[in-house]
Design a protein around this ligand. Structure first.
Ligand code: NAD
Length: 466
């Protein structure tokens, strides 16, 4: 696809944005219903695309790709009429007579750029909110999941005319060329590194951005939780999509005397879910690309050389893009596994003696997308939450907050800017416009020059009231 075409397509979406922005709730709901229907009837193609791109097991595709989209559609349909109503606001006495409200109008033309790890979910959930908010949309799925990108292009063309929603397949060059237009909003999901480049490009046109990024999400284990049970639960969480999940636990913090029990629990958990050789297990995902496989292998090798202990359930196999669930402990500070988002099935373990050491470990790094805690001690959990900053805290489970549609989803600083889902997601993609209405007579003119004595007294009184 050449860049002049991108310009034409942008102009087409932009020209159509005012008409779409005027659509009523019923029309937007009809579009969302059509999208849900199309997804339901193309489920088998979605399964095949995800199998081809990521060796994703079909139940995983149902649970983690299709369900988040269809449940978002249902939630939005239920609430959209209320969200679109003007919001009445009270006024101070000095602004009476008059009335005030906020209307949530469309932003206009929105670009959604998505990653490969949940390629249907992370394209279509933002799309649901962008459509609900009355925008026209360009969708750029990832070049690393090409079968799913082709599936999405076909699916979207059956639901939306191209001047309303258009999918742009292609590589980084297409993403860069798209970013270089005056969008009214960019909704980007991906790595912090590319997110910062997207924000810099958006600054050129002062385009607003939502950045759904990643980072190092810890799981902190309470000393009385049961270290072996904790290890087993983390093994499941780290195995989902072979650890290639933005909200996967990146590393574990365990009290020093419980490390051995945690390791034993993790090993047991891996065997329980995937058997002795997950390399041959159809339910265990692949690493998306050889480049990412090489990165993981290099990082584990660096840890080994620096003196870390390493356990792997079976051998890595580059020809199959298979990387095994791996535990790393006694790792040196400053190595990649300790500093960078892992985005693979490798779990480093760090130990603490006092809870304050665990807090210092988390606060010493960038702000996480999620903080996981395994704990039945409410005061302990609240203390850690109060002492840290993260996009979310999840206690005694993994991932599930993503499925609670009324909770804001997003990070803090390097893990993200802006929120999606529910009312938060709708408002993120609208412009909150203040409307103030005066009647026929306005007392404001009483405050206009010339400043006679009585006007000076009046202004002084108003200043005291306000
Ligand atoms: P990535 O940042 O490499 O790519 C994301 C998208 O950006 C792709 O569509 C790509 O084509 C596009 N892109 C690449 N270079 C670009 C550029 N210079 N300008 C504009 N667009 C560009 O991320 P990835 O490897 O696809 O995904 C993994 C990352 O995404 C991880 O960091 C993960 O934590 C994060 N992630 C975050 C969430 C979330 O909701 N917070 C969800 C999934 C993944």
């Amino acid at each position: 696809m050449t860049q002049p075409n991108l310009g034409n397509y942008f102009a087409e979406l932009q020209a159509n944005a005012p008409r779409i922005g005027r659509t009523r709730a019923a029309e937007r709901i009809a579009r969302l219903r059509a999208l849900k229907q199309a997804l339901d009837s193309h489920r088998a193609e979605a399964h095949a695309a995800l199998r081809a791109d990521l060796n994703r097991a079909e139940p995983d595709t149902d649970l983690n790709e299709l369900l988040p989209v269809t449940s978002s559609i249902k939630y939005v349909i239920k609430h959209l009429r209320a969200w679109m109503l003007p919001e009445k606001h009270g006024l101070p006495i000095t602004l009476i007579p008059g009335s005030a409200e906020v209307i949530y109008e469309s932003k206009g033309v929105v670009l959604i750029v998505s990653p490969w790890n949940f390629p249907i979910n992370l394209c279509l959930v933002p799309l649901v909110y962008a459509v609900a908010a009355g925008n026209t949309v360009a969708l750029k799925p990832s070049e690393l999941s090409p079968a799913t990108s082709a599936f999405l292009a076909k699916l979207i063309s059956t639901v939306f005319p191209p001047e309303e929603v258009r999918v742009f397949e292609g590589g980084v060059d297409v993403a860069k060329a798209l970013i270089d237009h005056p969008w009214n909003h960019i909704f980007f999901t991906g790595s912090p590194k590319i997110g910062s480049q997207v924000m810099a490009s958006a600054a050129r046109y002062l385009t607003s951005v939502t950045l759904e990024l990643g980072g190092k999400s810890p799981v902190i284990v309470h000393p009385k939780y049961g270290a072996e049970a904790a290890g087993a639960r983390v093994a499941w969480a780290k195995g989902l999509n072979a650890g290639q999940v933005c909200i996967a636990p990146d590393y574990a913090l365990v009290r020093k005397d419980q490390q051995d029990a945690f390791i034993a629990g993790f090993q047991k958990g891996v065997r329980q879910h995937y058997g002795e050789s997950p390399a041959h297990n159809e339910d265990f995902g692949h690493i998306v690309h050889e480049r990412h496989w090489d990165r993981l292998e290099t990082w584990v090798e660096e840890a080994r050389i620096s003196g870390a202990q390493i356990w792997q359930i079976d051998a890595p196999d580059r020809s199959k893009k298979y990387y095994p669930l791996t535990l790393v402990w006694d790792a040196a500070e400053g190595i990649e596994l300790s500093c960078s988002e892992i985005f693979g099935p490798i779990l480093p373990i760090y130990t603490f003696i006092e809870t304050s050491d665990a807090i210092a470990h988390v606060e010493g790094g960038t702000r996480p997308l999620v903080m996981y805690q395994l704990s039945h001690d409410r005061a302990w959990s609240d203390g850690i939450t109060a002492a840290t900053r993260a996009g979310a805290t999840v206690i005694n489970d993994f991932f599930v907050h993503y499925m609670a549609p009324s909770l804001p989803f997003g990070g803090v600083n390097t893990s993200g800017i802006g929120k999606s889902h529910g009312l938060w997601g709708f408002r993120e993609l609208t412009n909150a416009r203040s409307i103030y209405r005066r009647g026929r007579w306005s007392p404001t003119m009483l405050l206009a020059p010339p400043y006679t004595d009585w006007k000076r007294k009046l202004i002084a009184a108003v200043a005291r009231w306000l």
